[in-house]
Write a protein that binds this ligand. Structure first.
Ligand code: ADP
Length: 198
Protein backbone atom coordinates (compact mmCIF):
# COMPACT_ATOMS: atom_id res chain seq x y z
CA UNK A 1 0.00 0.00 0.00
CA UNK A 2 2.96 2.29 -0.60
CA UNK A 3 2.88 5.69 -2.20
CA UNK A 4 6.16 6.44 -3.95
CA UNK A 5 7.17 10.08 -4.39
CA UNK A 6 9.23 10.06 -7.57
CA UNK A 7 11.36 13.09 -8.22
CA UNK A 8 14.50 14.24 -10.00
CA UNK A 9 15.79 17.03 -12.19
CA UNK A 10 14.82 17.78 -15.74
CA UNK A 11 16.04 15.04 -18.09
CA UNK A 12 17.00 12.75 -15.20
CA UNK A 13 14.61 10.06 -16.39
CA UNK A 14 11.60 10.46 -14.06
CA UNK A 15 9.00 9.92 -16.76
CA UNK A 16 10.90 6.92 -18.05
CA UNK A 17 10.95 5.43 -14.52
CA UNK A 18 7.24 6.21 -14.14
CA UNK A 19 6.47 4.29 -17.32
CA UNK A 20 8.51 1.33 -16.10
CA UNK A 21 6.66 1.39 -12.77
CA UNK A 22 3.35 1.50 -14.61
CA UNK A 23 4.30 -1.68 -16.48
CA UNK A 24 4.99 -3.30 -13.10
CA UNK A 25 1.44 -2.43 -12.02
CA UNK A 26 1.78 0.92 -10.26
CA UNK A 27 -0.78 3.66 -10.68
CA UNK A 28 0.80 6.95 -11.75
CA UNK A 29 -0.24 10.45 -10.75
CA UNK A 30 1.63 12.98 -12.88
CA UNK A 31 1.85 16.25 -10.92
CA UNK A 32 2.44 18.22 -14.12
CA UNK A 33 -0.86 17.04 -15.48
CA UNK A 34 -2.64 17.83 -12.21
CA UNK A 35 -1.09 21.31 -12.45
CA UNK A 36 -2.68 21.80 -15.86
CA UNK A 37 -6.06 20.52 -14.71
CA UNK A 38 -6.42 22.80 -11.68
CA UNK A 39 -5.92 25.81 -13.98
CA UNK A 40 -9.02 25.05 -16.03
CA UNK A 41 -11.98 27.45 -15.63
CA UNK A 42 -14.12 26.40 -12.70
CA UNK A 43 -11.25 24.46 -11.13
CA UNK A 44 -9.82 25.61 -7.79
CA UNK A 45 -6.73 27.52 -8.93
CA UNK A 46 -8.41 29.38 -11.76
CA UNK A 47 -10.19 32.03 -9.70
CA UNK A 48 -7.38 32.65 -7.24
CA UNK A 49 -4.77 32.96 -9.97
CA UNK A 50 -6.87 35.23 -12.17
CA UNK A 51 -7.86 37.37 -9.15
CA UNK A 52 -4.20 37.71 -8.17
CA UNK A 53 -2.62 38.29 -11.58
CA UNK A 54 -5.48 40.02 -13.39
CA UNK A 55 -7.64 39.29 -16.41
CA UNK A 56 -4.68 39.90 -18.73
CA UNK A 57 -3.36 36.42 -18.01
CA UNK A 58 -6.53 34.89 -19.48
CA UNK A 59 -6.78 33.71 -23.07
CA UNK A 60 -9.82 34.58 -25.19
CA UNK A 61 -11.56 31.38 -24.16
CA UNK A 62 -11.03 32.31 -20.47
CA UNK A 63 -8.51 29.60 -19.79
CA UNK A 64 -5.33 30.70 -18.05
CA UNK A 65 -2.74 31.47 -20.69
CA UNK A 66 0.34 29.76 -19.27
CA UNK A 67 2.66 31.70 -21.56
CA UNK A 68 1.35 35.04 -20.31
CA UNK A 69 1.48 33.87 -16.71
CA UNK A 70 4.98 32.47 -17.28
CA UNK A 71 6.18 35.80 -18.65
CA UNK A 72 5.09 37.47 -15.40
CA UNK A 73 6.41 34.94 -12.91
CA UNK A 74 9.70 34.06 -14.57
CA UNK A 75 10.80 37.68 -14.51
CA UNK A 76 9.81 38.21 -10.88
CA UNK A 77 10.78 35.88 -8.02
CA UNK A 78 8.17 37.60 -5.88
CA UNK A 79 5.37 36.89 -8.38
CA UNK A 80 6.57 33.30 -8.71
CA UNK A 81 6.45 32.89 -4.93
CA UNK A 82 2.89 34.27 -4.88
CA UNK A 83 1.83 31.90 -7.65
CA UNK A 84 3.43 28.92 -5.93
CA UNK A 85 1.76 29.85 -2.64
CA UNK A 86 -1.61 29.55 -4.39
CA UNK A 87 -0.98 26.57 -6.62
CA UNK A 88 1.19 24.20 -4.57
CA UNK A 89 -1.29 23.68 -1.69
CA UNK A 90 -4.15 23.18 -4.18
CA UNK A 91 -2.08 20.59 -6.05
CA UNK A 92 -1.18 18.91 -2.77
CA UNK A 93 -4.86 18.59 -1.82
CA UNK A 94 -5.80 17.36 -5.29
CA UNK A 95 -3.06 14.72 -5.40
CA UNK A 96 -3.93 13.54 -1.89
CA UNK A 97 -7.56 13.26 -2.89
CA UNK A 98 -6.62 11.18 -5.96
CA UNK A 99 -4.50 8.84 -3.82
CA UNK A 100 -7.37 8.40 -1.39
CA UNK A 101 -9.86 7.80 -4.20
CA UNK A 102 -7.61 5.14 -5.75
CA UNK A 103 -7.24 3.37 -2.40
CA UNK A 104 -11.00 3.62 -1.83
CA UNK A 105 -11.47 1.77 -5.15
CA UNK A 106 -9.48 -1.08 -3.59
CA UNK A 107 -6.19 -0.51 -5.44
CA UNK A 108 -3.44 -2.07 -3.33
CA UNK A 109 -0.33 -1.84 -5.51
CA UNK A 110 2.00 1.17 -5.21
CA UNK A 111 0.83 4.59 -6.32
CA UNK A 112 3.51 6.82 -7.81
CA UNK A 113 3.40 10.59 -7.48
CA UNK A 114 5.75 11.83 -10.20
CA UNK A 115 6.73 15.39 -9.38
CA UNK A 116 9.84 17.36 -10.33
CA UNK A 117 9.09 19.70 -7.42
CA UNK A 118 8.08 17.10 -4.80
CA UNK A 119 10.62 18.48 -2.32
CA UNK A 120 10.46 22.19 -3.20
CA UNK A 121 6.65 22.26 -3.03
CA UNK A 122 6.58 20.55 0.39
CA UNK A 123 4.74 17.51 -0.91
CA UNK A 124 6.90 14.95 0.92
CA UNK A 125 4.00 14.13 3.30
CA UNK A 126 2.18 12.58 0.32
CA UNK A 127 4.81 9.86 -0.01
CA UNK A 128 5.70 6.85 2.15
CA UNK A 129 8.98 6.52 0.31
CA UNK A 130 10.90 8.95 -1.87
CA UNK A 131 12.73 7.83 -4.99
CA UNK A 132 15.14 10.22 -6.63
CA UNK A 133 16.29 9.71 -10.19
CA UNK A 134 19.59 11.36 -10.96
CA UNK A 135 21.86 11.71 -13.89
CA UNK A 136 25.00 13.71 -14.61
CA UNK A 137 24.34 17.23 -15.80
CA UNK A 138 25.89 16.62 -19.22
CA UNK A 139 23.69 13.60 -19.84
CA UNK A 140 20.56 15.48 -18.72
CA UNK A 141 21.36 18.36 -21.07
CA UNK A 142 22.13 16.00 -23.94
CA UNK A 143 18.85 14.12 -23.46
CA UNK A 144 16.59 17.14 -23.32
CA UNK A 145 18.30 18.93 -26.19
CA UNK A 146 18.37 15.86 -28.44
CA UNK A 147 15.00 14.42 -27.57
CA UNK A 148 12.87 17.43 -26.68
CA UNK A 149 14.41 20.09 -28.85
CA UNK A 150 15.21 22.38 -25.91
CA UNK A 151 18.24 24.65 -26.36
CA UNK A 152 21.32 23.83 -24.28
CA UNK A 153 21.16 27.30 -22.70
CA UNK A 154 17.53 26.74 -21.60
CA UNK A 155 18.38 23.32 -20.22
CA UNK A 156 21.33 24.79 -18.26
CA UNK A 157 19.13 27.57 -16.89
CA UNK A 158 16.46 25.11 -15.76
CA UNK A 159 19.03 22.92 -14.05
CA UNK A 160 20.59 25.93 -12.31
CA UNK A 161 17.13 26.81 -10.92
CA UNK A 162 16.49 23.37 -9.50
CA UNK A 163 17.64 21.65 -6.34
CA UNK A 164 20.95 19.88 -6.73
CA UNK A 165 21.11 16.09 -6.82
CA UNK A 166 22.88 16.22 -3.43
CA UNK A 167 19.97 18.16 -1.89
CA UNK A 168 17.38 15.78 -3.33
CA UNK A 169 19.32 12.76 -2.12
CA UNK A 170 18.98 13.93 1.50
CA UNK A 171 15.25 13.18 1.28
CA UNK A 172 15.49 9.93 -0.65
CA UNK A 173 15.05 6.37 0.49
CA UNK A 174 15.99 5.14 -2.99
CA UNK A 175 18.44 6.79 -5.37
CA UNK A 176 18.26 5.63 -8.97
CA UNK A 177 21.39 6.59 -10.90
CA UNK A 178 20.54 6.88 -14.56
CA UNK A 179 23.80 7.35 -16.42
CA UNK A 180 23.83 4.05 -18.26
CA UNK A 181 21.59 2.27 -20.73
CA UNK A 182 17.81 2.03 -20.59
CA UNK A 183 18.27 -1.65 -19.84
CA UNK A 184 20.37 -0.82 -16.76
CA UNK A 185 17.67 1.63 -15.66
CA UNK A 186 15.02 -1.03 -16.05
CA UNK A 187 17.02 -3.45 -13.90
CA UNK A 188 17.50 -0.85 -11.18
CA UNK A 189 13.79 -0.03 -11.13
CA UNK A 190 12.85 -3.71 -10.96
CA UNK A 191 15.25 -4.20 -8.04
CA UNK A 192 13.86 -1.21 -6.11
CA UNK A 193 10.32 -2.45 -6.80
CA UNK A 194 11.16 -5.92 -5.51
CA UNK A 195 12.53 -4.40 -2.29
CA UNK A 196 9.54 -2.16 -1.71
CA UNK A 197 7.77 -4.39 0.79
CA UNK A 198 4.26 -3.87 2.11
P1 ADP B 1 12.40 13.60 -16.97
O1 ADP B 1 10.99 13.10 -16.90
O2 ADP B 1 13.15 13.40 -15.69
O3 ADP B 1 12.55 15.01 -17.47
P2 ADP B 1 12.63 11.66 -19.11
O4 ADP B 1 12.26 10.37 -18.47
O5 ADP B 1 11.59 12.31 -19.97
O6 ADP B 1 13.18 12.69 -18.02
O7 ADP B 1 13.98 11.43 -19.93
C1 ADP B 1 14.49 12.45 -20.79
C2 ADP B 1 14.80 11.82 -22.15
O8 ADP B 1 15.92 10.96 -22.01
C3 ADP B 1 13.67 10.97 -22.68
O9 ADP B 1 13.56 11.17 -24.07
C4 ADP B 1 14.08 9.55 -22.35
O10 ADP B 1 13.62 8.61 -23.30
C5 ADP B 1 15.59 9.64 -22.40
N1 ADP B 1 16.28 8.72 -21.46
C6 ADP B 1 16.02 8.56 -20.14
N2 ADP B 1 16.87 7.66 -19.60
C7 ADP B 1 17.69 7.24 -20.60
C8 ADP B 1 18.79 6.31 -20.68
N3 ADP B 1 19.22 5.62 -19.61
N4 ADP B 1 19.37 6.16 -21.88
C9 ADP B 1 18.96 6.85 -22.97
N5 ADP B 1 17.94 7.73 -22.97
C10 ADP B 1 17.30 7.94 -21.80
Amino acid sequence: MKTIGLTGGIGSGKSTVSKLLATLGASIIDADRVGHEIYLPGQPAWKQVSDTFGQEILAEDHTIDRKKLGAIVFSSPDALARLNAIVHPIMFAEIRQRIQAKRAEGFTLPIVVEAAILIEANWLPLADTVWVVETDKDAAIRRVTEQRGMSAADAEARIANQLSNAERRKHAQVVIRNNGSLQALEQHVQQAWDQLGE
